[in-house]
Design a protein around this ligand. Sequence first.
Ligand code: ATP
Length: 212
Amino acid sequence: MSFIKLESVSKQIKGQLLIKNVTFQINKGEIATFEGINGSGKTLILKAILGLIKTNGNISINDQQVNVKNKYPISAGMLIEKPSLIEQLTAFQNLKLLAQLQDKISDDDIIKLLISLGLDGHIHQKVKHFSLGMKQKVGIAQALLGNNKLIVLDEPTNALDEESVASLINIIKDFNTSQTTFLITSHDSNFINQISTKPFIVRNGVINAKIS
Ligand SMILES: Nc1ncnc2c1ncn2[C@@H]1O[C@H](COP(=O)(O)OP(=O)(O)OP(=O)(O)O)[C@@H](O)[C@H]1O
């Protein structure tokens, strides 16, 4: 069943066409990946799908139109560009803030998630003392927290070491059920090849299916 649909989607900023007439569909439960070099348009397409930027063309999620007035009509967890963290709070407190906006997320769920991302020993430390990779892991935890039907991860492997990338691959596979759809950008084809069920290549604002 088609869950996310884009039809002739374009984005122009200051006279420059940055997303060029993009049409594709993604089924529920897929791990869709967008692979491309810096500046190719990966983040813009995620922002468009979430209704964070205005575009031309049609975008729908679960048959509901997405636009800047009707942002992500289903529950979505996201890490876009870089983690949004409150530096004065601990890793746990940052997640607790988000958990309070959703039902049925226990303190135990938060702690388990942080441990699965390799943050045991740092759960109750202030984020301002964290390295870039540790902050990235808290950002990933924010996106994974709860029972979101859509999880969007923009360059999740940024600042992660090899071992952490391997754990992330396992975590994404564990989270990916027929009810959870992932949209993931990366420039790392090795990472993408290990997780993707629906690979796209992004080149200069043009998005095509990746042929292996
Ligand atoms: N608000 C903006 N104003 C002008 N140009 C923009 C704006 N946002 C994005 N761009 C341009 O659009 C292009 C695509 O940007 P985008 O952030 O989608 O790249 P990306 O593929 O995610 O790159 P990276 O891997 O570096 O994150 C880039 O050339 C960027 O400079």
